[in-house]
Each structure stands twice: as structure tokens, then as C-alpha cells.
Design a protein around this ligand. Structure first.
Ligand SMILES: [Mg+2]
Length: 725
């Protein structure tokens, strides 16, 4: 058999004798040198990191070292003599990979590759394989030297490095993308961003907004000191915001008005110090928003919330604040504070007659006049509609408030010239003083309002000071109001009927229904003592309905054709349901409409006359009669008689009473009856107390009579049923 070891030795140049002067080996080793075969065998067999073995030219394993045994699991006895293809997978064997590799080594002298190799136990490892063709000195192939190394671990490491590299590249790409994204955010946020190095104080970053708004000429700020690229004023401001006194963790916020490239702007800024993990200050970040527009809008909203849009004067909210503040400041001083309530007289009529546009102009002109009569420290407010109010602080005397009130009345007195109309309006004023009247804003205004009510009651276009009696009167009115509600609830309102006589005093043609309030403790209360209060509080609608329904029901039970007359308050005409209420009262009671008369006064025609005349026509269309009450006491315009076809005119009792002694009174009675007769309108003389009066009225042509001479108002059951009783 061919001596492989010898052949390998022949290939090995190291096998030469030691050079002269080389270390001398001990004797035993010298024996090995003398027997190179044994030496190489020992050497190769002792190598454990490499599988080293020989193959025959056909690929049969010829020998086997420890390294091979360790790498592949076969012992020498198990593998020597077997074909080396057992180290390949079945798939590789199927395509003759082992043969091809040997062929490569045979032709080129060497095959080298990495790949999977199989172990005895069926496992595999990643191997670095070298197959060298071994030839004898004559060049004949005598076999192959095969060196295999298990490099699974190295390959694993390489794979991990590769994977790490891929990940690093991915991460780097992500970071680059994130960085671009952040750059885009910083470039596009509607705020100015500046970052400076905390050590060198040079600008590291400034977005476009910051440069356009702040830097001199909008130039690039990066790399510069702030003082080099900002106007002096802005640089001083920046130094305040980004200065060295900022401590880590602090967030400095500020709202500062500064002069910028776009004019004066209020910047709302935040400055923070960024520290790196070593806790050394790294850079300073400044972010600022331009809040000029926002602040202006807030200011505008605030102004709108506190001022009246029409006149620009403080509104009720601000007025209340000012009054409160003034009262607080006045505490402990000798000075007085006055609260004035102002109300225009008959402003509603102006609005109705000339329109709201005109009314608005009048209010503006009027508020200018009022304002010019006041001191700077006084507050004039419009509370709404035609209501104004004034706070007069720091007065020495109560009279000073009266003097101012009088001046305000005088200022309003000259006519206003608006849109070619000359228009006059009066103002009534109520005054309350602190501390003598009260020292809380609410109570003081309540008292000023009571004084205003009194001024209106006393004839308007005047002022009144608050007095304790006004409070008592107001309390009385309030308690009466409560009582009246109770009275409505419990049916304490009754009707008394006064006869109306016709046929020269011989026949009762009907009755006037008159309200009586049967108060449980105060006794019977007459209409004049509670109707005005009912009109003020709006209770009149309920009271009026009650009277209407009661009158219709009671009259329906009389079993006669006599009429029943019910008084309507002018205030009831403001209720759009009035006509329906009358129709319902008729329907509910079954009273023939012709038996119902409604008495109105001239004031119904004075206010809102077009609308009210329409209501009267609708009432008349129901079939009821309409009477004009108390004629002769008001304006007594004959125009009223033309504007609506009244069924009856009632001559006020004052003329009847004075008729005997006053030629004027008699002339008026004569004029009314004469005119009424020619217009075919019935006339009722009120307040007839004597037979002489009746005879006189008969001779003047009066058709009907009413008064104590015939009978007083009585409950339905006790009413006078015939003149001859
Ligand atoms: Mg009447």
C-alpha cells in the first residue's frame, strides 16, 4: 500500500533538517526528527481544531485525525475505508457534489469552499473545507489531503454582524427620516424657534419664522451671536429670555410687546435650558408665538361683553362692576357715592312712530349729550332699551347728585334734529346715595329704581331722591301683588252691577260690571286701588279675563235682554289673545254677543292706535258693542270718533256734576250729545245723582243715564231690577 505519510512528508518543506545554530532538541525528540513519518503522524493526529485526513484518488477516507473525529463524530475505525461523500447531504450527493469537488481539486490542484457538512449523528456544521491534490514527484495523483474546520460559530458571528449592520442601516435611515420630519416641523410651525449654544452663545438653529420676524433684514442667524443679527431692542429682549440666569429645569414664559420686522407684536415665549446626561448645559431653546391678533380678539370680546353695541357705553355688567368698585373705594372716606337710574319718557312712542332706526340714532345722540355733562370719573351706562344709569363717585354732598341730575335733564331738553325730524324726549331720574340709603350695589340700584318710579309717577322729566317711604310703598305694592294673585286663585274678585237707564229714566237697559276685590282682612277694595298695580305687574290680563267671564256668565243667567258692560284696560290691548278671550267668554257663557258691551278709554286710541283700532274692529266683528268711556276728560279728540264707529259715548261724571253751575260743562254735554245723535251713537251720562240732572240731560238729548240717582253697584243677586222698585 502506498505510504501516504511519506508522500505528505515529501510535500512538506518544513520537514528539512534544522538550520545550523538552531536550538538543540533533547534526545527523545531527536528520535522523532530521525523518524519524520512518526512525527507527522503524531502532529496531524494531535491537531484537534482541524479535521485533517487523506482521501484516495477515488475519495475513500485513508486516515483520520482527532480533529476529524471531534468535528464529525466518527472514530478512525468507523470511517477509514468509506467514501468521503458521507459528509455531504443526500441532496448534494444526488447531484454528485462530492465528485465535482474532487474533480476541481484534481484539475486545479485545490478545492476550497464553505458549506454544510454532515456529522455521524445526522447533525451538521458549517465547514471551511480545503481539498489539495497530492501528487508524487512524477506528477501522478496519489490522493487528496483534506482539511476541514468547523466554523459554525464564526459564521454565526458573521451573520450577527451582518444583521446588526442591516439594522444599523435601517435605524440610520429612520433617524434621517425622523430628522427630516423634525426639520420640517420646526420650519413649518407657526412659531419662532431659536436654539443657541449655552457655552458659545452662538445660534445653532433658527427657523424661517424667527428670522423673518426678528433678525436684521431677515438674514440667516445660524452661527451668529444674537447681538450680531438682531436689532438692539430685540437683542436686549432675547438676552432677558435666553440669558445665563436661566437654570436647568426652569421654563421661562413671557408675554412681551416688541418691535419686529412686521411692526409691534406681542410674543408669548417659552425658554428652556437643555442639559445633556452629564448635566452640563447644552443649549437654550426659545419658542415664541405671535399672539397680537389673539390678544386683540380677546380684548375685543372683553369690550363687547362689557359695552353696549349701540352707544359704546358700558353695559349692565360693567356698570355693576364700577358701582361695586366705587362703593368699596368709598368705604371709610367722607365722600358720598350716588347711583342714578334714568328712563326716557315716552321713548316707546318715538320708536313706534318713527321706527327703530330712528330710535337708535336718538339714543346715540342722547347718550353723547348725557356723557358730556359728566366728569371723567363718572360712569354712564346703558342698561338696555331706554334705560341708562350713572355712578357718581366722590361727592361732597347729596345736593351735588341732584345738581348733576338736573343738568342731565336740561341737557336732554333741547329737541334732537335727526333725519330732518325735530324730536323731543324727556328723561326721569331716580337717585340713591351711599352710605345713607344703602351700601350694597344691588340695594342702592333698587332704591334708585324706586326713586325713578316715583319721578315718573310725579309727572316725568324730573328727578326724585330715594326716601324710606318709597321703600314702604314698594313693599306695600309687592304685598298687594301677592294678595291679588291669591285673590285670583281663590275667587275673591267679584262684580257689582250698576244699572244703566233708558226711556227717559223708566227702563233699565243694562248694567256696568264693576270689579270689587273682597280682601279677607282689608275688606272691599275698589278698582282704582288695585287696577294700576295690576296693570304694572301684568296681572291685569288675568284680572280682565276674570271680569269678562264672570260678567258673561252672570248676565247669561238673568233671563232678560239687558246688556252688560265690561271695562277693558288699555294694557289688555297689548295681549294678542284679547279677541279670542272675548270670543271664548261668550261661547262659554252662551251670552248673546249683542248683550255684551266693552268700555275702553281714549288712551287705547292714543297708543299704538293702528293696531288697537284693528283689535277694536275684530271685537266689533264678534257682534259686541264698543263704548268710549270717560269722554271729555282726556284729549277728547273728535278724530277718535271718526277713526272708529263707537256704539256709545259715556259722558264723564264731572260734566254732569258741574252742568248746573258751569256754562262750559253744559256746552260740552250739549256738543257731545248733539254730535252723537247726528252720528247715531248712544250717549250715557255718568254720575247722575238728582232728578234735575236727569231732566236736564233728557232735554239735551242724552239717551241713557247711570248714577246713584238710580242705583249703586250691587252684587248680581241684589242688583236693581227695575226703576220703579
Ligand atoms: Mg266704565
Amino acid at each position: 500500500m502506498y505510504n501516504h505519510a511519506a508522500a505528505i512528508k515529501a510535500q512538506c518543506h518544513h520537514a528539512e533538517a534544522p538550520r545550523p545554530g538552531a536550538t538543540r532538541f533533547p534526545e527523545v525528540h531527536m528520535q522523532l526528527i530521525d523518524d519524520p513519518d512518526a512525527m507527522y503522524r503524531l502532529l496531524i493526529q494531535g491537531v484537534v481544531d482541524y479535521a485533517i485526513y487523506m482521501l484516495s484518488p477515488e475519495g475513500i477516507v485513508a486516515n483520520w485525525n482527532l480533529g476529524a473525529e471531534r468535528a464529525k463524530g466518527y472514530t478512525s475505525a468507523e470511517i477509514v475505508g468509506k467514501h468521503f461523500s458521507v459528509f455531504y447531504s443526500q441532496e448534494e450527493r444526488d447531484r454528485d457534489q462530492p465528485g465535482q469537488n474532487l474533480e476541481t481539486a484534481r484539475q486545479t490542484g485545490r478545492f476550497e469552499a464553505q458549506g454544510w457538512r454532515m456529522k455521524k449523528d445526522g447533525g451538521s456544521f458549517w465547514a471551511h473545507v480545503v481539498i489539495d491534490a497530492v501528487r508524487d514527484p512524477q506528477g501522478n495523483l496519489i490522493g487528496f489531503a483534506k482539511i476541514t474546520r468547523d466554523i459554525s460559530e464564526r459564521r454565526e458571528n458573521e451573520l450577527q454582524v451582518l444583521e446588526a449592520k442591516v439594522l444599523a442601516e435601517q435605524y440610520s435611515a429612520e433617524m434621517a427620516s425622523l430628522s427630516r420630519f423634525l426639520d420640517s416641523v420646526i420650519a413649518n410651525i407657526p412659531a419662532s424657534v431659536i436654539v443657541k449654544d449655552a457655552q458659545t452663545h452662538r445660534v445653532l438653529l433658527a427657523n424661517q419664522q424667527a428670522e423673518a420676524l426678528l433678525s436684521v433684514g431677515g438674514v440667516n442667524m445660524v452661527g451668529k451671536m444674537l447681538s450680531e443679527c438682531l436689532p438692539h431692542e430685540v437683542a436686549v429682549y432675547m438676552d432677558q429670555q435666553m440669558g445665563d440666569d436661566l437654570r436647568a429645569g426652569d421654563i421661562r414664559t413671557a408675554e412681551t410687546l416688541i418691535s419686529t420686522n412686521r411692526g409691534p407684536k406681542t410674543l408669548r415665549s417659552r425658554t428652556v435650558l437643555n442639559r445633556d446626561p452629564g448635566n452640563t448645559t447644552d443649549y437654550v431653546l426659545y419658542v415664541a408665538e405671535d399672539v397680537t391678533v389673539e390678544l386683540a380678539a380677546t380684548a375685543r370680546i372683553h369690550h363687547m361683553a362689557h359695552h353696549d353695541a349701540l352707544t359704546g357705553l358700558p353695559n349692565r355688567v360693567l356698570f355693576h362692576d364700577r358701582l361695586k368698585t366705587t362703593l368699596a373705594q368709598a368705604q371709610g372716606s367722607e365722600k358720598l357715592t350716588a347711583a342714578l337710574c334714568l328712563d326716557l319718557d315716552d321713548f316707546k312712542n318715538i320708536n313706534d312712530a318713527l321706527g327703530h332706526g330712528f330710535g337708535d340714532k336718538l339714543l346715540r345722540a342722547l347718550s353723547n349729550r348725557l356723557r358730556s355733562e359728566l366728569r371723567d370719573r363718572d360712569t354712564l351706562a346703558r342698561l338696555g332699551g331706554d334705560e341708562f344709569a350713572v355712578v357718581l363717585p366722590e361727592l361732597d354732598t347729596a345736593e351735588a347728585a341732584e345738581v348733576t341730575a338736573q343738568r342731565l335733564i336740561q341737557a336732554v331738553r333741547p329737541p334732537f334734529l335727526i333725519e330732518g325730524h325735530s324730536c323731543s324726549v324727556g328723561v326721569s331720574i331716580g337717585i340713591a346715595l351711599s352710605p345713607q340709603d344703602h351700601d350694597t350695589p344691588e340695594q342702592l340700584m333698587g332704591y334708585a329704581d324706586m326713586a325713578l318710579y316715583e319721578a315718573k309717577r310725579n309727572g316725568r322729566n324730573r328727578f326724585e331722591r330715594f326716601r324710606a317711604q318709597l321703600d314702604e310703598a314698594a313693599r306695600y305694592r309687592r304685598s298687594m301683588e301677592t294678595d291679588l294673585r291669591t285673590a285670583l286663585h281663590f275667587g275673591h274678585l267679584q262684580l257689582h252691577y250698576q244699572p244703566i237707564v233708558s226711556q227717559n229714566g223708566e227702563q233699565i237697559s243694562g248694567y256696568e260690571a264693576l270689579l270689587r276685590w273682597m280682601h279677607p282682612t282689608k275688606g272691599a277694595i275698589m278698582p282704582m286701588d288695585f287696577i294700576p298695580m295690576a296693570e304694572e305687574t301684568g296681572l291685569i290680563h288675568e284680572v280682565g279675563n276674570r271680569a269678562l267671564n264672570l260678567a258673561c256668565q252672570e248676565a247669561a243667567n238673568w233671563g232678560t235682554e239687558q246688556t252688560v258692560a265690561v271695562n277693558l284696560s288699555p294694557v289688555q290691548f297689548s295681549n294678542p289673545g284679547l279677541v279670542d278671550a272675548v270670543a271664548l267668554a261668550l261661547a262659554d257663557s252662551g251670552l248673546a254677543p249683542a248683550r255684551l258691551e266693552l268700555e275702553i278709554t281714549e288712551s287705547v286710541l292714543l297708543e299704538n292706535s293702528d293696531e288697537n283700532v284693528n283689535t277694536l274692529r275684530a271685537l266689533k266683528a264678534l257682534g259686541v258693542a264698543i263704548s268710549l268711556d270717560d269722554f271729555g276728560t282726556g284729549y277728547s279728540s273728535l278724530g277718535y270718533l271718526r277713526s272708529f264707529p263707537f256704539d256709545r259715548i259715556k259722558i264723564d261724571m264731572s260734566f254732569v256734576r258741574e252742568m248746573a253751575n258751569s256754562k262750559e260743562a253744559l256746552a260740552i254735554v250739549r256738543a257731545i250729545t248733539g254730535m252723537s245723535n247726528s252720528l247715531m251713537i248712544k250717549t250715557t251720562a255718568e254720575g247722575v245723582e238728582t232728578v234735575e240732572q236727569m231732566q236736564q240731560l233728557i232735554s239735551e238729548g242724552c239717551s241713557h243715564f247711570q248714577g246713584y240717582y238710580f242705583g249703586r253697584p250691587m252684587p248680581a243677586a241684589e242688583r236693581l231690577e227695575s226703576v220703579n222698585e
